[in-house]
Every structure is written in C-alpha cells, then in structure tokens.
Write a protein of this length. Structure first.
Ligand code: COA
Length: 193
C-alpha cells in the first residue's frame, strides 16, 4: 500500500472545503497563474471547470477540494468520475501555491481526493500529463504518491511531446450500486486531516 501521509507538514492545519463558490473562479485563476506552469489555454480550461460546476453542480461531473490556510486558498484538486466506466475517476487538476509547495500539501490534497473517490466506489484514478522535461517535477510528484505509468502515447501533444497516463489502483473493491454520483456536501468544511 502506498504511503500518502502528511509529508513534512504535520503541524499545518488546513481547512478543507468542498463547496465551490463564485469567487473560486478567481481563486483558481490566481493559483494556476501563480505556478507559472500552465499556458493561458490551460489556465482557461482550469477556470472553465469551476464555471461549469457553478452552472451545473455535481451534474457537471467535477468535484473540487480546496485547502485554505488562514482563510486563504493555497491549493486545490479537481477530479471526477469518468462517464461510462464503473469506478474509474480522472484527476483533472491539482495545484499548490508556489509558496506552499514541497511541504506535503499536494500529497494531502491527493490523499483527500482518493479518500473521497474510494467512498464513492472508485477503483482507479487516472491522471494525464506531458512527457516533456518541463513536467518532470509533476511526474515525480505522481510517482512519489503511488501512481504508475499505464500508457504513453507518443507525439500526442505535438511531435516529440508524449502524453503519459498515470494510474493508481485504490485498495477497495466496488459494486455497481456504489458508483452513483459522488456524495455532495455543500457548505461542509473540515479542519485537519
Ligand atoms: C505538483 C504539485 C501539486 C505538488 O505539490 P507539493 O505540495 O509541492 O507536493 P508535496 O510537497 O506534497 O510532495 C509530495 C511528494 O512529491 C515529491 N515532489 C513534489 N514536488 C516535486 C518536484 N518538484 N520534484 C521532485 N519531487 C517532487 C515530494 O518530494 C514528495 O515526495 P516525498 O514525500 O516522498 O519526498 C505542485 O508542485 C504544483 O502545484 N505544481 C504546479 C502544477 C502542477 O504541475 N500540477 C499537476 C498537473 S495538473
């Protein structure tokens, strides 16, 4: 079983928030921009997922979890069930404020998402990233958190830039009845892990 604990950040008490608020459009825009990691097009896609959730709620297929520190969002993860599958989930985005990186928050966000996915009957978590050098830290992060390469699609993004599909197999089984919509807890926020 893969260790996905608290990293070196045991003392930090984050507030975990699943509720998505209108101001999260700007929150996500700022977090994604602050990484300096994503293209404008990628950033627009990240924001669109929030807007889609605000329009359609859970029917959007997206789930969010924000980590707040002293009232300020410092990271988030977005994931959701993959349509027409039983128990397969996509991890769409995970971002940590650069000032908070390498302190275990990314791991904790991922662990929280995996716990929620398991509770919803999920078996597999998939995440896609690029194989180019810029994404080596991202790949290292997934690998350190127990994700393995399930597929590599050569020249996917452009010639010489493959898509790498990572997968993590979650430890519990699943029954079809478990795979209804994820439970939604609007307004819930919990502190600590
Ligand atoms: C990827 C990201 C979410 C990681 O968040 P983080 O809070 O810095 O990660 P953590 O501190 O929880 O690290 C978890 C593990 O990954 C490893 N890791 C994290 N960043 C790493 C890096 N840049 N290089 C190598 N390993 C790294 C850590 O060493 C740690 O492993 P260990 O505990 O076994 O030592 C964050 O760097 C980020 O937001 N990056 C930009 C956006 C991005 O790439 N998102 C993913 C695609 S959507």
């Amino acid at each position: 079983m893969t260790h996905c604990g608290d990293g070196g950040n045991l003392a930090t008490s984050y507030l975990w928030r699943e509720e998505v608020r209108p101001e999260d459009v700007e929150v996500v825009w700022k977090l994604v921009t602050a990484t300096g990691f994503f293209s404008d097009q990628e950033r627009d896609v990240a924001v669109e997922l929030v807007e889609e959730y605000l329009r359609r709620g859970p029917a959007s297929g997206y789930r969010f979890l924000f980590a707040e520190l002293d009232g300020r969002p410092v990271g988030y993860v977005c994931y959701g069930p993959i349509p027409c599958t039983v128990g397969s989930f996509d991890l769409y985005w995970i971002v940590v404020d650069p000032r908070q990186q390498r302190r275990g928050l990314g791991r904790r966000l991922l662990e929280h998402a995996e716990q929620r996915i398991k509770r919803a009957g999920g078996r597999h978590v998939y995440v896609e990233t690029s194989g180019r050098a810029q994404y080596a830290p991202t790949r290292a992060f997934y690998e350190r958190c127990g994700y393995s390469v399930a597929a590599a699609l050569a020249d996917f993004y452009y010639p010489g830039d493959p898509k790498i599909v990572y997968r993590k197999v979650l430890s519990q089984g699943v029954s079809c009845s478990d795979v209804a919509a994820l439970p939604e807890h609007p307004g819930t926020a919990t502190r600590g892990l």
